[in-house]
Ligand binder design. Structure first.
Ligand code: UD1
Length: 366
């Protein structure tokens, strides 16, 4: 489908019993933009804050086109800016926050740890201050299964001790510690903490997908850009891991399954107290070469690659046991690796240069 034509695909709209206003930090990002579509589709009012450091305002035009509804308000700001953030809460009666704004590339985090702590941890404390000041007590926090570090093979459940191996993972773990403390000391504060595995894929319309600024740090967008000819070959970081084919194993999760879990978390906030932590994943591991093979089938093109040295901070295998969230809310992922690759390729084909050059959101962001 041409990205300029209106999207008229399937919807599963159902309004929440009490329409509520959700502030999505990082709402123009990969997870955030898909979350906004899903929340709008399900009757939520959505307010977005984003500094566009790894996204563009054009994304939100597409969000609105897919959802057939407008995002309530959009603010360009850095979440570390407490005054600007506080002003957003002054203007809107926010019922809950989905906090996604963060730096998220493992390799980059080992090269520039301080900005990772600054944005991921400092941004979270800034948000907590604004929420506290405005008596907003419901938060869905996006953490990562990266907090488990090198915990060995097999699906890991939430009781696995945290042993982060890189600044990205450490920053998420620090946020979790802070949120846990806050829940102990602020009466009525509820946090549902979702430890992501590796979110990939794209919205089935092909209008939304992953379009990181600069060279992608994550695997799937890099593979997609190789397929479309933007890079000559993939560099596979490590071919000597103790895994079946020697390349690192991860648990890839379709972005639509990922954001559905966020919406279910919002739906359940009112029934919870304190902080609860849930893994998100499929429980199935795929190696880097499995992803290359699946993507090659999806796009029908060769994906040239070379095996190079390991990436600092990487672990051999990380697969999530997400049975707790299935038991709690009935969430289960429904899209397999082939679907993830198909949808990522669909987006990349329709948007070979990402969002660059697509229609700007009309008017100035607030
Ligand atoms: C990490 C987190 C994950 C988080 C994600 C956010 C871990 C174990 N997982 O994923 O929870 O949601 O960041 O983005 O820390 N690779 C290559 N070549 C490349 C890029 C990546 O071989 O050009 C390899 C990596 O070495 C890794 C795999 O592909 O083995 C996946 O890497 P990536 O997509 O960056 O995600 P993680 O670091 O696993």
């Amino acid at each position: 489908m041409d990205p300029r034509t209106p999207y008229d695909g399937p919807r599963t709209a159902s309004a929440p019993s009490t329409p509520s206003t959700v502030l999505v930090t990082g709402g123009a990002g990969f997870v955030g933009s898909h979350a906004c579509v899903d929340l709008l589709d399900h009757g939520y009012e959505v307010i977005v804050v984003d500094d566009y450091s790894n996204s563009t305002p054009q994304v939100l035009t597409r969000v609105e086109r897919i959802a057939g509804r407008f995002v309530g308000a959009v603010y360009e700001l850095d979440i570390r800016d407490r005054h600007a953030l506080s002003a957003v809460f002054d203007r809107h009666s926010v019922d809950a926050v989905v906090h996604l704004a963060a730096h998220k590339a493992v390799g980059e985090s080992t090269r520039m740890p301080v900005p990772y702590y600054d944005t991921n941890v400092g941004g979270t404390t800034s948000l907590l201050s604004a929420m506290h000041e405005h008596h907003v007590r419901h938060l869905v926090f996006s953490s990562s299964c990266a907090v488990y570090g090198d915990a060995g093979g097999g699906p890991l459940d939430e009781s696995t001790p945290a042993r982060p191996t890189n600044p990205y993972a450490s920053s998420k773990w620090l946020c979790e510690r802070i949120l846990d403390d806050v829940c102990r000391h602020w009466p009525g504060f509820v946090v549902l903490c979702l430890r992501h595995s590796n979110p990939v894929g794209a919205h089935p319309s092909g209008l939304l997908g992953e379009d990181p600024a600069g060279t992608p740090g994550n695997l799937m967008p890099y593979v997609a850009q190789v397929a479309v000819g933007r890079h000559e070959r993939l560099r596979v970081f490590g071919g000597d891991y103790p895994t079946p084919d020697g390349t690192a194993v991860r648990d890839y999760l379709h972005i639509m399954d990922t954001v559905e879990a966020h919406r279910l978390a919002l739906d359940h906030l009112a029934d919870e107290s304190g902080m609860r932590v849930f893994n998100l994943g499929t429980g199935t591991g795929s190696s880097v070469l499995d992803v290359v093979t699946a993507f090659r089938s999806a796009c029908g093109r060769a994906i040239p690659f070379e095996i190079v040295g390991r990436r600092p901070g990487d672990v051999p295998e990380l697969v999530a046991d997400a049975s707790a969230v299935t038991r709690a809310w009935g969430w289960r992922p429904t899209r397999d690796l082939a679907t993830m690759c198909r949808d990522a390729w669909h987006f990349q084909q329709l948007n070979p240069h990402g969002y660059a050059g697509s229609a700007r959101r009309p008017g100035k962001e607030e």
